[in-house]
Design a protein. Structure first.
Length: 66
């Protein structure tokens, strides 16, 4: 899922997490580097998922923020 800004993304992620029992991964793309956005309340599994997705994305990332 994509969100227009971090606030909307947070609301969307928390709703999906609550209703579907999903884990969330916070990553910002579109900058020169990938940014991980862990929340204080995230369990270790969610942080690991964020890092794993960032590694996968970085394999094909050229860093052009256009």
């Amino acid at each position: 899922m994509l969100a227009p800004d971090p606030g909307a993304g947070n609301i969307l992620a928390r709703d999906v997490e609550y209703r579907a029992g999903a884990a969330r991964a916070g990553i910002v793309i579109g900058a020169k580097v990938l940014l991980l956005l862990p929340w204080r309340s995230d369990p270790p599994a969610a942080r690991l998922i964020s890092a794993a997705i960032a590694v996968l994305l970085s394999q094909n990332w050229n860093g052009d923020a256009k």
